[in-house]
Design a protein around this ligand. Structure first.
Ligand SMILES: [Zn+2]
Length: 374
């Protein structure tokens, strides 16, 4: 059976605006890399249109969706609407495609679930998805909609009975947890940096039957991630025997991302996803956070190889064409003040660093196991 990568044409040229962490290109370059490297065939790429307001009401309130659509049409909202829906305030700016872009990401995630349910595919990658902070009736944390919640709700509707959502983004999946906690058809596992915005996802919430929160300290490293995956997540997840696994694979957990203090290499990132994708036959891998365009595009393109069990190809160097694509991306960040570091351009795999599992991580794993009675 063929695997698919889902995207939407809207991402090329769409940015959040000057000064915003998402004023970068991530989704289209990830796909472009796959094409340049000949890692995907045309019949495996599906471009989706935007979801309709009606489709989005599966999770979101209609008055919020209408306001979001209005914000896109008029590029403005009244002060009352801005405040009520948190659109055009703080970190959630009104930009040209403020409705259509998240609605396209949501359409991809929902259609992916439909493909999996109808047995048209077993594994799908949608790196435009992973907007795990979007709320039912307001925007939050750069997220205007929540394709993760929409995908899970769609899966429930299409008769998946035992859904497992695993989130390795540096930020906790607050809006997903709030919607599904105590729903015994959906289990959630989140690895995230502790005390980071939105400051939710405490370890003691693992006492809720369908929640496993693993808040990790700063400088969370490769060996620690693989320890958590092997000793805690995999045995727990396999025992759940899910009929669908959704992985939110934000790249802000990587070392060179500016938004977190986690220090994973893409080796541990890909290896973790490789293990998670085989928990169930049906798997959807999403994107998520990721605020360094170069390492994000590489990581998400690599997820396609991981999904297809072709990780070996990542033990090579980037082609010149691929390097040129990355060099063409712009990023206003002090990390590239003196040009793009060679280590991001030369090889697919980051340099391996030796690291060890700190006692606090062993204690954290023991604590979660104790709460979960494992
Ligand atoms: Zn994040």
């Amino acid at each position: 059976m063929k695997n698919f990568v889902f995207s939407s044409k809207i991402f090329k040229g769409s940015r959040y605006g000057e000064g915003h962490p998402l004023n970068i290109d991530r989704v289209w370059p990830s796909l472009e890399i796959l094409k340049i490297m000949n890692w995907v065939s045309d019949d495996q790429i599906i471009f989706n249109e935007t979801a309709t307001i009606e489709e989005l009401t599966l999770f979101h309130d209609i008055d919020y969706l209408e306001a979001l659509k209005k914000a896109e049409m008029s590029q403005n909202l009244s002060e009352i609407e801005k405040k009520k829906f948190k659109i055009g305030v703080g970190v959630n700016p009104i930009f040209k495609e403020v409705f259509s872009r998240p609605a396209a990401a949501a359409k991809s995630s929902m259609t992916a679930i439909q493909f999996l349910a109808e047995n048209k595919a077993n594994k799908i990658l949608n790196f435009s998805g992973g907007t795990h902070h979007g709320r039912q009736s307001f925007a939050s944390g750069f997220c205007f909609l929540n394709d993760c919640v929409l995908a899970i709700l769609k899966a429930k509707k299409l008769n998946f009975k035992n859904i497992l959502y695993i989130d390795i983004d540096a930020h906790h999946c607050d809006a997903v947890q709030d919607h599904f906690e105590n729903d015994d058809t959906v289990n959630l596992i989140s690895v995230h940096e502790q005390d980071k915005w939105p400051r939710t996802g405490k370890v003691n919430e693992s006492a809720i039957s369908n929640i496993m929160n693993i808040p990790v300290p700063q400088n969370f490293n490769d060996n620690e991630m693989l320890f958590v995956v092997d000793k805690l997540i995999l045995p727990y997840a396999k025992n759940l025997n899910p009929d669908l696994v959704i992985v939110q694979a934000g790249t802000d957990c990587l070392e060179d991302d500016p938004q977190s203090n986690m220090i994973l290499s893409n080796f541990a990132y890909w290896q973790s996803i490789s293990k998670l994708k085989d928990i169930s036959m049906k798997t959807l891998i999403l994107g998520g956070g990721g605020y360094n365009p170069y390492i994000t595009a590489k990581a998400w393109a690599g997820n396609w190889l991981v999904l297809n069990s072709k990780e070996k190809l990542l033990e090579t160097t980037l082609s010149e064409e691929c390097q040129n694509l990355l060099k063409s991306l712009s990023w206003k960040n002090s990390r590239v003040r003196n040009g793009i570091p060679k280590r991001w351009l030369d090889n697919w795999l980051d340099d391996k660093k030796s690291s060890f599992v700190r006692d606090e991580i062993k204690k954290l794993v023991d604590e979660v196991k104790k709460i979960k009675k494992l």
